[in-house]
Design a protein around this ligand. Structure first.
Ligand SMILES: [Fe+2]
Ligand SMILES: [Fe+2]
Ligand SMILES: [Fe+2]
Length: 316
């Protein structure tokens, strides 16, 4: 077997585990969505996800390979963690939508890369499957991205907007801390690729985001223990599970960083809307300042995929 085919099988195995994780999430998501339209979108995507799992299993079989039982098991476990995390939050619909938005972008990235690897291997069939699935992941990501008003409203069913603000600021702070840790190590792993510079740039921005959030929390007189609680809550879910939490190649790092940026985008989309509903213009301004930088970072990271893939394939 050619080395590029061995690589392709690895990508297919990862995609399969990712779909197993997605299935665990999609089966539970409709009942937690808190909004009829959003729940319906999750239901449709659950059926699509079942099909993705089948399609990828078929492509593995074409190479006489089968899904990795261990990776699939880990996917199943971390899929449940994601749902549990959303369930334990006072704004379950918002947390669910934010995480699903990020997850769909991770899938989109994974299939974008699968297509590129398949093309390099001359496997047009796998490339076509990757394109088909990618389009459905992207459509789902867009649907969630058009639903923020609904998921904000659903999150306000048992709570006033104002009661969410300090929690949301602290949750965002925990995300920035996680992102900061990733960006600390990232440039070294991505050395020699365009990804390194993109990550370095965003590292500086990320530190600015943490400061903005801390200042706003200080103005609102929030206790420092709130920051610790938010960090613990986030740390407990092992977000992204098995392969993304410990990226070991530039391309996995690019994919994970891309997903993390979308986690942040979802968080600030909820923060800005909730703050405006609460009449808290200063907090809305903080979110509106940070949001375009997260969007730009995500786009820049996406632009480095090909370069990161080449470097990763060379390293074997
Ligand atoms: Fe999928
Ligand atoms: Fe998906
Ligand atoms: Fe960011």
């Amino acid at each position: 077997m050619r080395p590029i085919e061995e690589q392709l099988i690895k990508y297919l195995t990862d995609c399969h585990a990712m779909e197993v994780q997605a299935l665990a999430q999609m089966r539970k998501a409709p009942e937690l969505a808190g909004d009829r339209d959003v729940a319906a979108a999750f239901e449709v995507h659950c059926t699509e996800t079942e099909r993705h799992e089948e399609l990828i299993r078929e492509r593995l079989a074409a190479y006489d390979a089968s899904p990795s039982q261990l990776e699939d098991l880990l996917g199943r476990v971390s899929g449940k963690g994601f749902v549990l995390f959303a369930q334990l939050n006072p704004d379950t619909p918002g947390k669910l939508a934010t995480h699903a938005y990020s997850y769909e972008h991770m899938e989109l990235a994974a299939y974008d890369l699968l297509e590129r690897v398949a093309q390099r291997a001359g496997d047009e069939e796998t490339a076509a499957v990757a394109r088909t699935i990618r389009a459905e992941e992207e459509a789902m990501a867009i649907r969630i991205g058009e639903s923020w008003d609904r998921t904000v409203a659903a999150s306000l069913r048992d709570r006033e907007a104002g009661e969410h603000i300090t929690d949301y600021l602290a949750d965002a702070h925990a995300l920035e801390a996680q992102s900061n840790a990733l960006l600390d190590r990232g440039p070294k792993l991505a050395a020699g690729t365009s990804l390194a510079a993109v990550l370095e740039n965003h590292h500086a921005e990320t530190q600015g985001h943490s400061e903005l959030l801390e200042r706003r929390l200080g103005e609102l007189d929030s206790s420092p223990s709130r920051l610790k609680d938010a960090a613990l809550k986030l740390g407990g879910i092992n977000w992204g599970g098995f392969w993304a939490a410990n990226p070991d190649t530039p391309v996995k790092l690019a994919m994970f960083a891309y997903a993390v940026e979308h986690l942040e985008i979802g968080a600030y989309e909820h923060l800005t809307r909730t703050a405006r509903l609460a009449g808290d213009g200063d907090t809305a301004m903080v979110a509106d300042t940070i949001l375009p930088q997260e969007r730009a970072a995500a786009e820049f990271i996406f632009g480095t995929f090909d370069d990161a893939l080449n470097a990763s394939l060379q390293r074997g």
